[in-house]
Design a binder for this molecule. Structure first.
Ligand code: ADP
Ligand code: MG
Length: 235
């Protein structure tokens, strides 16, 4: 579906808004104007695909939206609160509370179990008791079809299974926004479809907004809204 699609529920709650984002990267002669005034809105329960050629600024945008980096100009509001200009400590706290990430390479701690990996964001957040965290991690791993493998070390899981653990981990703190940077880019077709389905179904069920960077046109077509990027701008 294209951005003109009418299937997106326009009335659902706005959870993320960025306006006029600019970002330069690199030093001196190598300094590049990577984002050149990007504006974007995301609503609860909606899945957004961001597509565009390599180097157009997709990952840079996701880093900004995930509060991992700060824009040189522009603003990012999450749940109506301006967050992009906060200092590192405040953005780190906001990220833990509001943002879930799934990267192309899962970045699991392979020497820990699936259960421990999913519990880690909850431990950092410190809101649940030990048994509550464990129960939630079990439930999330069950939802991604790994209920029987919660005690497996990362090294004892296949690539597709590791990425499903990464999806469960991203949902651990019930984030407002789920950001996924080519989350299926490293998977075969079957696992790619499986991870995409899990990501989008779970997010829809839990009312998250999903912003997904993908090179896969079939997956983009299954999102509610597709936005194409080129040279640091949406086209
Ligand atoms: N640290 C950096 N220093 C200089 N240029 C960078 C840096 N990081 C990314 N870039 C440049 O920014 C542009 C956008 O990168 P990126 O956001 O990773 O693109 P995409 O994810 O769309 O492939 C590219 O031209 C890349 O070379
Ligand atoms: Mg990228």
């Amino acid at each position: 579906m294209q951005s003109s699609s009418t299937s997106a529920a326009p009335e659902s709650e706005l959870v993320l808004r960025c306006t006029g984002l600019h970002r330069h990267l690199g030093q001196g002669d190598a300094r590049v104007h990577v984002l050149r005034g990007v504006s974007f809105e995301a609503r609860r329960g909606q899945v957004y695909a961001i597509v565009g050629p390599s180097g157009c600024g997709k990952s840079t945008l996701l880093y900004l939206l995930g509060l991992l980096d700060r824009p040189d100009e522009g603003r990012i509001e999450i749940n109506g609160r301006l967050m992009s200009n906060d200092d590192d400590a405040a953005r780190t706290a906001a990220r833990g509370a509001h943002i879930g990430f799934v990267f192309q390479f899962h970045f699991l701690m392979l020497e820990f179990t699936a259960l421990e990996n999913v519990m880690m964001p909850m431990l950092k957040q410190g809101r649940l008791t030990g048994p509550e965290m464990e129960a939630r991690a079990h439930a999330l791993l069950g939802a991604v079809g790994l209920g029987a493998k919660t005690g497996r070390l990362g090294t004892q899981l296949s690539g597709g299974e590791q990425q499903r653990v990464a999806v469960a981990r991203a949902l651990a703190n019930q984030p407002t926004v789920l950001l996924a940077d080519e989350p299926t880019g490293n998977l075969d077709v079957k696992n790619s479809g499986l991870v995409f389905d899990l990501l989008t179904q779970l997010a829809r069920e839990h009312g998250q907004a999903v912003i997904l960077v993908t090179h896969n046109p079939d997956l983009a077509a299954r999102c509610d809204v597709t936005r194409a990027m080129r040279d640091g701008l949406f086209v």
